[in-house]
Design a protein. Structure first.
Length: 81
């Protein structure tokens, strides 16, 4: 396994990490690993497709019912002899 060193960590940030680790019953190292993993897993979420993104954007506005025109018989194909 790889290891990293984090330099110039603000004292307040280190204190918050220590408190959070204690609240979760973990070491500061384990807490930092879990935070990094959660953040990177979040980034790895699959991207939404364009149609899904548009649908989610307009879904709160509601929808409309469109009248479907009646179907007509298909025309005979045009022949070019």
């Amino acid at each position: 396994m790889a290891s990293i060193t984090v330099r110039n960590l603000e004292e307040g940030l280190k204190r918050r990490l220590r408190i959070r680790a204690a609240e979760n019953g973990r070491s500061m190292e384990q807490e930092a690993r879990d935070i990094l993993k959660a953040a990177l897993d979040e980034d790895a979420a699959p991207e939404r497709r364009l149609g899904t993104a548009i649908h989610e954007l307009f879904k709160p506005l509601g929808g409309i019912d469109l009248e479907i025109p009646p179907r007509e018989p298909m025309q005979d194909p045009v022949r070019f002899d």
